[in-house]
Design a protein around this ligand. Sequence first.
Ligand code: BGC
Length: 759
Amino acid sequence: MERKSIMKRIFEINPWKVVTHKFNKEDKRLQESMTAIGNDYMGMRGNFEEGYSADSLQGTYLAGVWFPDKTRVGWWKNGYPKYFGKSLNAPNFIGLGITVNGEKVDLAKVKFSDFELSLDMHQGLLSRSFVYEGKDVKVKFEFRRFLHIVQKEAALIEVKATVLEGHAKIDFDSTLDGTVVNEDSNYEEHFWDALGEDAKEKTIQVKTKPNPYEVPQFAVLLKESLRHDGQVIDREVSTKEAQLSEKLSMELDQGQSYELEKDVIVVTSRDVDEKDQLAVANELMNKLQAKSFDENLADHEAVWAKRWETSDVEISGDEAAQQGIRFNILQLFMTYYGEDKRLNVGPKGFTGEKYGGATYWDTEAYIVPMYLAVTKPEVTRALLQYRHDQLPGAYHNAKQQGLPGALFPMVTFNGIECHNEWEITFEEIHRNADIPFAISMYTKYTGDDSYVKNEGMDVLVGTARFWAARVHFSKWRNKYVMHGVTGPNEYENNVNNNWFTSTMARWLLKYTLERLPLATKEAQERVKVTDEEKAKWQDIADNIYLGEDKDLGIFLQQDDFLDKDIRPVSEIEDQRPINQHWSWDKILRSPFIKQADVLQGIYFLNDQYTMEQKEKNFDFYEPLTVHESSLSPCIHSILAAELGKQDKAVELYERTARLDLDNYNNDTVDGLHITSMSGSWLAIVQGFAGMRYNNDELSFKPFLPKKWSHYSFKINYRGRLLLVEMSDKAKITLISGEPLDIKLYDKQVHLEEGESANA
Ligand code: BGC
């Protein structure tokens, strides 16, 4: 049966906008996810300012502000983390309630027309308008809001009311609300305590509840100020615990309009001590209000224009594909642009609670390879440093499992594992090689080996010690084996000899041994690797068991994989996504693969496998893959492109680029799949354009998808800016920087600044 792969497309196709003219209550959460905005300091779902009484997920999130929610499990197992780290649903500051002639404007209840909701991707400006139709009155409401990219603590919200018919008494109620809860709280606990409200200063201050886990409490102060025509207006303010409301009323006749601006400052104890927060917020508010809404927007836009200048991917001939990639780049940059080195990239960024803003292996595997080319090298280096800073947590995690060395967590805010499903916490350990793998990506791409020689060595040796203890020697096989693991394919647990995990562990040991003699003296002295250890690591690397089926020409995902009832996904199209149709037991026993597993390894270590090996494995595993992790389609798209399977590469590109816009996996209601958004960039750059960077050589093998007439993108490479264009021909231009030799298809070309190579 043919699968209707697009679950739902509720926004129109437009190259620079995510826009809709429809509003359906049943799509509200989906719409909120897709119109989320952020400024890599804070962010929120596309909730309505005036409130909404039907089903909705109110969500505002502050980067790095989280809470350790006491673990809830049916049966405690030794080694479980004590808490699950949650990105907190933070105080809601966009509230701007509206009443017209006594009726509360609530789109779940009132009559309205001419609805438009639009996210402008140039700068993440969210606009919305509708005409409220009451008894003998029609009022048009137009909203704009953005989170300032220059002054990160600032949110600007504007509403304009225009009376189209009749006479309107309009009451606005501007609110700050700290009484928010997380939907995913383990014990329905509220995570915030009120510290106080100040009607004169128009602030509320809240603090996360004390916790017994030595996780710092976060204090947050929010301040609002209303403006009309650029002038601050003071109105009656009332407060309740952790809440503030500022009311404003007016009478408007037909044809008249009124514009109200709500400015908000949010400061957190990550940057400002609790006791200084009011003074700092006042200062920031003054600074913000020295400029009008439009002047602030212009400053904000100028920074976004710069970001786009070096990172936009242009596609001609396929507007849906164009919209998809821009949406993804926008959402990624709204989540993280590397400006605060203490932060990382959460799988859902600021768009939902599930997975929230915690750090996963997603960062190293998916974000690093893109950010290396679209942001400054310092950004990737900061991501590497983030893990180095968290090494004490990684040592703690290994100890929890009774093992030496360092085990990086699957889910974390501070280095300590905070996920509590045993099959993931204890077993999905491939992360402990994937995370260090980013060190090699950084070193290879930038040519800068100063990290791997120094801090990187602490990470490599710590993880090598873990791996050396996690394998054991099987006398029967005469090989080292690795039992009880979960590969990236979480649709199998507790398997033995997962090829990907063992291959990556071997890579880690080999890379550590290769890099150790080149490390700085200080690093060598710090890590103190003995000869005995080195010999052991070498022995494991040489003798680890990696399953293979020679007849099929494939690597075995795990020991028992071929015992499964192997049949293609095409036979179960009507039952997908299987995670929403099948019992967990049925999924675990099935041959269906959640996401790239063996193929993830072939993608990572791409230069180590022959085309024949790549093809045989791809042809075997891809038809079994349901891509129910958003991280999956891009890896397959890249490999398909390399193998000349262009239609497949494009099909999987579309899936990765429009995963959220088309709600492919029927789960975008929970929030956007931020960390997999880089996948669409990777599919174009590493897939369609075939970019590789092995042995200090940058190379490209571009092809043009049939539907497209052109695409182009820019990358920075070792201090240079390059433009890659593909239409009926490939063209690579060295826009700026020192001369460079590259490989285009199989030809070496030398480029001077301003020169292009064509093929
Ligand atoms: C995937 C993991 C991923 C996590 C967060 C899961 O569904 O299987 O690989 O790390 O989502 O994105």
